[in-house]
Design a protein around this ligand. Structure first.
Ligand SMILES: C[S@@+](CC[C@H](N)C(=O)[O-])C[C@H]1O[C@@H](n2cnc3c(N)ncnc32)[C@H](O)[C@@H]1O
Length: 291
């Protein structure tokens, strides 16, 4: 099943201006980018070379968390917000390798991403992929659009991987997460990964400044405490909020140096939830730089 989504994003395609999905595609070694994207990616990497390993570690987390949800938790419905350009092991491929009937909705505010998604992120015959041109600033509208393909009366997983850091504090990212969580059935999950400067404050701050000079909208690094706070009172699945390479690492996995935290939260079957968090070795004060 494939259906067209509504265009809530309103963002035009402009190859003359760097864009998050294409800059990320440069770091992942993809081919879908233009000169401004490559220049932005290079400038950030000069400040913090680990950004390349971080992007790859983030994709590995995507694979691990989707496998965990589909394989260990029986989740067959996924809403992937901030999809990014197609890369190896996209959400539907990982989920449908374990459950060919899995249903996935991809949502992004970049029209180029959605064009590629419609063409390349195609479902098994037994499952479904749907596509939404949508902005994370409108979480209720995303849930409404995704309900064309997903049944939110049953457990589902929302993926917010490397996308919440595009929302500054003024845009209430915790409120966005709370709205999404409120629309999910008990037994559902919400996975996040998020940029941090906790591990290299000066270098990441320079990288964020370089990024924000080149990419409209900008990006915000957050501390461990700030990332944890985005999840409000949701119950964190062990190991809690941890460096992305450490989240349920596979045996023998190379732990890439990555300036990202990852976490998986559960929508409780009962009220009275508790948080299971593991703090990093060193916590740093607010590392936010925003254009
Ligand atoms: C760094 S990529 C992450 C891609 C993928 N989630 C991953 O982790 O590999 C960020 C994606 O989020 C999208 N994005 C950024 N801000 C957004 C917003 N406000 N609403 C929807 N998508 C957004 C970008 O277009 C881009 O595709």
């Amino acid at each position: 099943m494939t259906t067209r989504g509504t265009d809530q994003a309103g963002s035009g395609f402009d190859p003359a201006v760097a864009h998050p999905a294409r800059v990320y595609n440069v770091w992942l070694g993809g081919k879908d980018h233009y000169a401004p994207d490559r220049e932005a990616a290079q400038r950030v990497a000069e400040c913090r070379p680990q950004v390349v390993a971080g992007a790859r570690a983030n994709r590995q987390f995507l694979g691990r968390v989707v496998r965990y949800l589909a394989g260990n938790r029986g989740i067959s419905q996924f809403l992937d917000i901030g999809t990014g350009l197609p890369a190896p092991d996209n959400t539907h491929q990982v989920a449908q390798s374990l459950n060919p009937a899995a249903r996935i909705v991809y949502a992004d505010n970049d029209p180029l991403v959605m064009t590629h998604a419609r063409a390349l992120l195609t479902s098994t015959a037994d499952g479904a992929c749907d596509y939404l041109d949508a902005d994370l600033h409108g979480p209720a509208a995303i849930l409404t659009g995704a309900a064309r393909a997903l049944d939110f009366a049953r457990p589902a997983a929302v993926l917010l991987l490397a996308v919440l850091h595009f929302l500054p504090a003024a845009d209430d990212p915790a409120g966005v997460v709370a709205t999404l969580a409120a629309g999910l059935a008990p037994g559902s999950f919400l996975a996040i990964s998020h940029l941090t400067s906790d591990f290299a404050p000066a270098d990441v701050a320079s990288g964020v400044t370089a990024y924000n000079e080149a990419v409209p909208g900008g990006i915000t690094a957050r501390t461990h405490a700030q990332v944890t706070a985005l999840l409000g009172g949701l119950s964190l699945i062990p190991p809690g909020v941890v460096p992305v390479s450490e989240w349920r690492a596979d045996p023998g996995q190379v732990r890439q140096p990555a300036d990202l935290y990852a976490a998986l939260a559960g929508i409780p079957r009962h009220h009275g939830v508790t948080a299971t968090c593991r703090a990093p070795a060193a916590r740093r004060p607010e590392g936010t730089v925003h254009a």
